[in-house]
Design a protein around this ligand. Structure first.
Ligand code: 6PG
Length: 265
């Protein structure tokens, strides 16, 4: 566990520019992973924020679709709601509509969390799928090349919600988590898996996230209440892609729109 966490944030002028910045980030990190290891294994979040970035990635007229090494990409999720894949709440459905229907990924490259199953069964199956995909032995933790996260208004990320059981899981890779605040079962990657990734970035947009983001980054350490504070990548760097509205309480970035914060993790 790193003693100090270096938080690097990039601020785009608005949500549309942020989506393009995020598409660029996905492509660059995927290209780096493929160059280094022959494949790119990426875990994405659900919710609404990433939709525009996914749409930009898959847009035929845009520069990113032809640059992404689709044939060498394995796509995973950081969490899923325990609903069928065609349900309006499904993170998979959101991703299928925003991205998957438009890009050349084969079914075996798309590692969906099966929200239609009983929650514990869905979690166990996904853990098994991770072990197979990453060729894990014993207590090994999968090392994703890139994990994209969102930030909830209550400081949650993935489905690591405040004061819920999943926050304390440090052995299993994937767990079912009942979230009373939304009266819903979820399936989520656990903290150790997210923190083991080579690159973790939060994608955050909108003025409604500015206060909670500032509290997570600059407020007192209280990860039970602000689970995003548990995100402390083992390599000691956490990246955030923000728009100006979300970044409004952070120290002003430099002329290139880049800011840096340090915090004891
Ligand atoms: C989910 C996500 C969740 C999301 C945040 C932010 O299943 O909803 O994985 O962690 O990233 O709740 O959601 P928005 O992008 O909709 O604000």
């Amino acid at each position: 566990m790193p003693q100090n966490l270096k938080i690097v944030y990039f601020v785009a002028p608005n949500a549309a520019a942020l989506a393009r910045r995020a598409a660029e980030f996905f492509v660059v990190e995927a290209e780096k992973a493929v160059a280094a290891r022959g494949r790119a294994r990426i875990a994405i979040s659900g919710g609404s924020t990433p939709k525009a970035a996914f749409a930009a990635l898959g847009e035929r007229g845009e520069e990113w679709r032809p640059r992404m090494p689709w044939e060498k990409l394995d796509l995973f999720w950081v969490d899923e709601r325990c609903v069928p894949p065609d349900n309006a709440e499904s993170n998979y459905r959101m991703t299928r509509e925003a991205l998957l229907d438009d890009v050349p990924l084969k079914p075996e490259q798309i590692h969906r969390m099966k929200g239609e199953l009983e929650p514990d069964d869905a979690a166990a199956r996904y853990e098994s799928e991770l072990r197979t995909s990453f060729g894990l032995q014993g207590a090994e933790i999968p090392r994703f090349d890139l994990v994209e996260l969102g930030l909830g208004p209550d400081g949650h990320t993935a489905s690591l919600f405040p004061h819920t059981e999943a926050l304390h899981e440090t052995k299993r890779l994937v767990v079912a988590n009942y979230v009373e605040a939304v009266d819903m079962w979820r399936v989520t990657l656990t903290r150790p898996v997210i923190n083991q990734a080579r690159q973790v970035f939060f994608l955050i947009s909108g003025a409604d996230k500015a206060m909670i983001l500032n509290e997570v980054l600059q407020g007192p350490r209280d990860p039970e209440r602000l689970p995003s504070q548990f995100i402390t990548p083992v390599d000691g760097i956490l990246t955030l892609l923000l728009d100006q509205a979300a970044a409004s309480f952070l120290p002003a970035p430099d002329a290139e729109g880049r800011g840096v914060l340090e915090r004891n993790s």
